[in-house]
Design a binder for this molecule. Structure first.
Ligand code: PLP
Length: 397
């Protein structure tokens, strides 16, 4: 039965990580997979998470199943984080949230929901986008289109082209936006541009799906939600896929959420029953631990403040590494202008390095970068900056 099955190609990002682990070069540097690293190159467990886990250890009474959508305390905390404490959507109960296994789980459930209930809808993703988007949507049989986003010459958002592309999207289709810290470019729309995009969504009648995987990694928790909140002033319906892998450092606990916003409470209740059906036939109900940690932190003012300050530390370190990278390259005599890297948000930068240069950096220096030239800035430290920039300077000659 299995003889005819061919091996699938390695995942472009996770495959790179495997290759990095096997590399015996003692000076190797991993700027591939999107995981936060501290100044020592470790991916730490946040103090707020450890404290929450200590509390849960004594508090937890049962390992019985959660409900299909997960714990109510978690789902309500997620909504407050997304919309802000006193938002109309919460007061009027226009949104329903389900805990999903990571942001990927949220996207997969959303994909199935769209396929089943938004008949014939195509989903549009930015060019470029996170490497897994297309596959997740295609795996349920959705048509995936792409819209213009990035200008490779100016290394900036091509807003004219973006508007022109989205003006072609018909009513009833779905458009995916990165809530903040666009992966892979690190380039987000400005508040004014978000406003124009929201007006366009309302005019065209397409459904926005916000992929929100980096809240707090750009400016701060509130600023990073501005795009999403601006949209909600102009459109009555939305899907939101949240991930807490990065901002809580809970990668392997698989904590995310799918939120559906509707025009009325009744519609939200009805649509959510169908979201729950998608979950029931997929993984039945979510794992408990990660969401219990997030819920414990978000619902406790002391832990919340600690988490916010740890999130700020991660964000500040990345911003510092961006500036240091640009300045160190300059000090090595690199003529090419890399200053755009200090303008970008979140963990990633589209470096502009070509596939050949990326291959050379890996072969000659053990420096691992995604083939598209995407760099995980969080993989940089004061210790690896000099050898990294020496290698890039040599490669660019
Ligand atoms: N969406 C984007 C844009 C991402 O970058 C990622 C992770 O890298 C995800 C979704 C998936 O998040 P998770 O690891 O929580 O499944």
């Amino acid at each position: 039965m299995f003889e005819h099955i061919q091996a699938a190609p390695a995942d472009p990002i996770l495959g790179l990580n495997d290759a990095y682990k096997k590399d015996e070069n003692p000076n190797k540097i991993n700027l591939g997979v999107g995981v936060y690293k501290d100044e020592n190159g470790n991916t730490p467990i946040l103090k707020a998470v450890k404290l929450a886990e200590e509390r849960l250890l004594t508090k937890e009474q049962s390992k019985s199943y959660l409900s299909i959508e997960g714990s109510p305390a978690y789902c309500s905390a997620v909504q407050k984080l997304l919309f802000g404490q006193n938002h109309n959507i919460i007061a009027k109960q226009l949104a329903k949230t389900a805990h999903t296994p990571g942001g990927t789980g949220a996207l997969r459930v959303a994909a199935e929901f769209i396929k089943k209930h938004l008949s014939g809808a195509t989903i549009w993703v930015s060019n470029p986008t996170w490497a897994n988007h297309q596959s997740v949507f295609q795996s349920v049989g959705l048509e995936v289109g792409s819209y213009s986003y990035y200008n490779a010459n100016s290394k900036s958002l091509d807003f004219e082209a973006l508007l022109a592309s989205l003006s072609q999207v018909p009513e009833g289709d779905v458009v995916l936006f990165h809530g903040c810290c666009h992966n892979p470019t690190g380039i987000d729309p400005t508040p004014e541009q978000w406003y124009q995009l929201a007006k366009l969504a309302s005019k065209q009648g397409f459904l926005p799906l916000f992929d929100f995987a980096y809240q707090g990694f750009g400016q701060d928790l509130t600023e990073d939600a501005q795009g999403l909140r601006t949209f909600l002033e102009h459109v009555p319906e939305m899907l939101i896929a949240s991930s807490f892998s990065k901002n809580f450092g809970l990668y392997n606990e698989r904590v995310g959420a799918l939120t559906i916003v509707c025009d009325s409470t009744d519609q939200a209740e009805a649509a959510f029953t169908q979201v729950k059906r998608c979950i029931r036939t997929n993984y039945s109900n979510p794992p408990s631990h990660g969401s219990a940690v997030v819920s414990e932190i978000l619902n406790d003012s002391e832990l919340y403040s600690l988490w916010e300050s740890e999130l700020k530390d991660m964000r500040t370190r990345i911003h510092e590494m961006r500036s240091l990278f640009v300045n160190t390259l300059k000090s090595k005599g690199v003529d090419q202008d890399f200053s755009f890297i200090s303008q970008q948000q979140g963990m990633f930068s589209f470096s502009g390095l070509t596939p050949d240069q990326v291959a050379q950096l890996r072969r000659d220096y053990g420096i691992y970068i995604v083939g598209s030239g995407r760099i995980n800035v969080a993989g940089m430290t004061h210790n690896n900056m000099e050898p990294l920039c020496d290698a890039i300077a040599a490669t660019l000659k």
